[in-house]
Structures are given as C-alpha cells and as structure tokens.
Design a protein around this ligand. Sequence first.
Ligand code: DGT
Ligand code: CA
Ligand code: CA
Length: 579
Amino acid sequence: MENKAISEILYEIADFLGLEDFPTARFEVRAYKKAALTIETLQEPIEEVYNKGGTAALMELPGVGKSIAGLIEEYLKTGKSKKYEMMKKKYPFDMRNLTAVTGLGAKKALTLYKKLGVRNIDDLKRAIDTHKVSKLEGFGEKSEEVIKHGLEMKESSKGRMLIIDALPAAEAIVEKLRKSGLVEKVMIAGSARRMRETVGDMDILAISKKAPEVMRFFTSLPEVESILSQGPTKATVWLKMGIQCDLRALEPESFGAAVQYFTGSRDHNVQVRTIAVKLGYKLNEYGLFDRKNKNVGGVEEESIYEKLGMQWMPPEMREARGEVELALRHKIPKLVEMSDIKGDLHTHTKETDGANSIQEMAAAAVGLGYKYIATTNHTKSLVIAKGMDEKGFIEYFKRVDKLNDDLNGELTILKGAEVDILRNGKLDLDKNILKEMDCVVGATHSRLAQVDVGKETMTDRAIKAMDTGLVHVLAHPTGRIIGEREQFQIDLEKVAEVAERNNVALEINASNRMDLNDTNIMLTSKYKILYSIATDAHRTQNYMLMRYGVGTARRGWLTKDRILNAMPLDKLRKLIGKR
Ligand code: DGT
Ligand code: CA
Ligand code: CA
C-alpha cells in the first residue's frame, strides 16, 4: 500500500511550495495539503483506485487535480516523482525530519540551512548546542529554547513506540499465530498488556506442542524485517514498523507463571515475589514452586495470585503503586471497561479541521453502538484549524438539529464546541451561544505555553475559564503531546479543586496526547470530579482510540461511576445541564 508514502511526499512538496513566492504558490500549497490528507485517510490502497480507473479515478478524489493525479501515476509507475526530486535539489535539507521538530517550520528550516548550513537533525543539534540559532534574525532565545525542547522530546521517546501504533500490530501477529493452527494459546504480555502509553518492545507468549515450527512461522512473517535471535522456544525479531518483538513458547504448566512474569511490571513482580518468599514459595517465569519444589502455579495467572492470598488485578494496575496491598486486602476496585462507554464527548468535523462530515461522524458512532456524541469544533481564534465564529455555529447547529431529527433517537448529537481558552482566561465565543450548548469543551492551545508563561499563569487561565460556569469539560488539561511536547507547568490539584466546585469534568484525551495521563489521574482523583474519556476524533477512524483512553483511565484506577461518558444520556444531561 503506497498511501502513506505518497501522502508524505505530497505534504513535503506542500512544505517546499510554501517557500516559493510565485503568485499561485499559496493555492498550490493548499491543494497539495488537501490531496495529502485525502490519500492519508483513504480506506483503499491508492494503487487499486488507479488500477481500476487510471488518472480519471484519481481525479475524483477530493483535492486531487490533474497535476497531482499525474504525480501519483508517475510515482506508482516509477517509485519516484520528478517534481519532488527537483524540489529536494533546490532545497537540499531534510525537510521532513527537521519540520517534525516542534518549533521548527519550513521557513525557519530554510533560514537555518541558508545561514548556518543546517541540513539534518545532527546539524541542528550542533547549531543549538553552540547557541547559534538564537542570534539569527526571527529566532531569539525563546525560539531556540523551544527547538531545543523539541529535540529533547524526540530523543527521549527514541526506541519507544506509541501503544496506539504498537498494539494493533501485535494483535495482528497474534491473530496470525492463532490461525496458524500451531498454538493452543497465544497472548500479548509486557507493557502493551499493561496499556502503557508507549512500549519498548512487544512480548508475545504461546503454548505450543510444536514450538520450533511456531518460531519458524513467526520469523518468516511478512512483517519481519530481520531476525535478531531464534531458538527452539524463543525468537526475537525486528519488525518493519520499527520495533522489536519477542515470542516465547511455553509448556502449559508454566503458562500462568510466564504470563504473570512477562506482564510485569518489574517493580510489581519484585513485590509479588517478596510475598511468595515470605510464604515459603519460589516464584519465577517457570512456575510457583512449593517447599517440595512442586509447581502449584497452573495455566492461568489467577491461580498464582490466589495461592499467594491475593486477589487477581487488571494488568493496568500492576505498576507497584499500592495495588499489591489492595490485592492482599481483596479490595481491588472494578475498573471502567470499554463496554461501559456510551459516547464520545470531543469530536471534530470538516467544518473545521476534521476530515469527515457530521453525518459520517454520526453514522460511525451508531456503528460502534454509541448513544451520543458531542460535536465540538474549534472556535475562531484557532485560525490554523479553521475555527468557527458565532454565526458559523448557529448555522451548523441548525443542520445538527435536522440530523438529530433524522436519527430519531438512535444517536443523540450534543451540540458543543472546543472553545479556545484565550490568554486572559476568557472564552473565545459569546456567552449567549455557549449557554445554549449541550457540551462545552474548554481548551488551551498556546503552543509555546511551556516556555511562554509560568505555572501560575497557566493555572489561572484554566481556573478563570472554569469559573465562567460555562465549561463542561476541560480538554487535554496539561497540553502535552507524547514525543513532541511536554506538559506545561500547571497546578493540577488546584485545577481539580476548582473543577469540583464548578462541576467541570477533566478530559482523558485518548490521542497521541494521552492527557490526563495515569499519574495525573491519580493526582486529581481524590477530588469529587468526573472524567471524560474522549478521542478528539478528527475522522471516523479516530473513534478507535477510545480503548487507549479507557486503558489510561484503568491505569489511573478509575471506576465506571467516575466517567462522564459512561453515563446514560439522561443522567449525562443532568450532570452537565445547560449552564
Ligand atoms: P517495555 O518493553 O520497556 O515497554 O516494558 P515491559 O514491561 O514490557 O518490559 P520488558 O519487555 O523488558 O519485559 C517484560 C516483562 O518481563 C517486564 O514487565 C517484567 C518482566 N521482566 C523482565 N526482566 C525482568 C527482571 O529482570 N526482573 C523481573 N522481576 N521481571 C522482569
Ligand atoms: Ca516489552
Ligand atoms: Ca521484551
């Protein structure tokens, strides 16, 4: 499937075109970006579209005109694009990776190339370390700091992959192993089972009578780039997607112990093993052995916890944060589950920066069995996201009303906005229209927040917004983006206290933000507040991110009664009723 490669080239050409100043450059930038988005989100392989109907079929795709269709055809035939090669010759620096650093756009990358000869990330690091960047016109100390920070974020996430990308890939491999008929049982362990937001490598466990054959099957999967090691019961491979994956084949009598051991975490295991030793057992990945060295562990990990006088606990809790004590007292809470989720309270449409219409977003929500969604488009001051003004919302809501009528109660679309919280804490829409909305999601979008302003200012901003009494949910409260932007300075306990007073829910944003994250949930959950687990969907496929939000909520030990979007519609309406 060439969709990803082609959309990346189109995005990059758009970046290059942004540096040109011929009269129609601006329009071309827009065209290339639009086409890139279309192909990025296309469900079927682009080569199939082309094979079926040639360039004419390509030109039927939104945003794809004659010249872009020609480029796609050329790429599909030759694996190259002359236009792209030409641009790369004219601007010989690593546009893709440089502009992936937060704080660095195409224009700044060009300046760095022209003035300092920065061609790639290594050059950039050197330029930052020697403080050459801050002295350039249009940069300054602050800008240098932001880029430096962006580089550090990239560095710190190196070698780890978002669970959003890793888990579906691990599940696909598990599915193939299951279908191979070579295994009696197979499952994912490690940090992926614990639903950590990033994973270092993937750990798969299997029971099989034909272990060497399973290993051969595994190491010759098309997903595999290279084999790092292969023995009769264990293999480690490097996947094409850029992550390591282990497979271990086990005997049935060891399976429970292996699942417990390889699920981890390491710190959790240390605590459990200490208890085992106290009770006269020996615990390792092969079993739970009594004084006579008899394995009393069993096939399921439940039996290990049971033998140790503990209640079984969900993997998401196993981080040595007090779950072992709770398990000994049989006080493990019943955590929220995917099946409890009744809707999504933070979604976008193509009226602003989303890819789908509200009709499409609604139909997809019905498909998932949701009872409601809130449609929460951006507001006017967020210009890059095509934020809407009051008039825009009034017109849009008329269409939503009509759609709600058509849906006839099968799904309820709650009318809302992701209203920007401005620098002074004021909201970016007129009070009278906010009052009429069903679900107002308040959000700070200041990109430079972490170096821009201090903790007090950010905390104050959120508090002022909540004190308007108009906000139902505080979106991505700390502003972090995994691998890109660290959370900004904010006093979350203070925020939670004010949220409690104003009956505002805090969001668990399940995208690559994962914000609040597990530790911030734990920090705030002592206050009587609710949480909204939301995907911030910009296209129908993004609804699938909900499971990672639920996983994060579980890592924060939240129960169903703490989750706003686990409530039936009438209860939800009472909780967030018109303000
Ligand atoms: P990751 O891969 O960095 O995201 O994190 P994990 O938790 O998946 O770690 P990994 O893959 O190194 O090992 C999987 C599990 O195996 C880990 O959670 C606990 C267990 N484990 C690995 N090495 C040790 C060890 O030296 N001692 C103990 N107690 N457990 C270990
Ligand atoms: Ca792992
Ligand atoms: Ca591992």
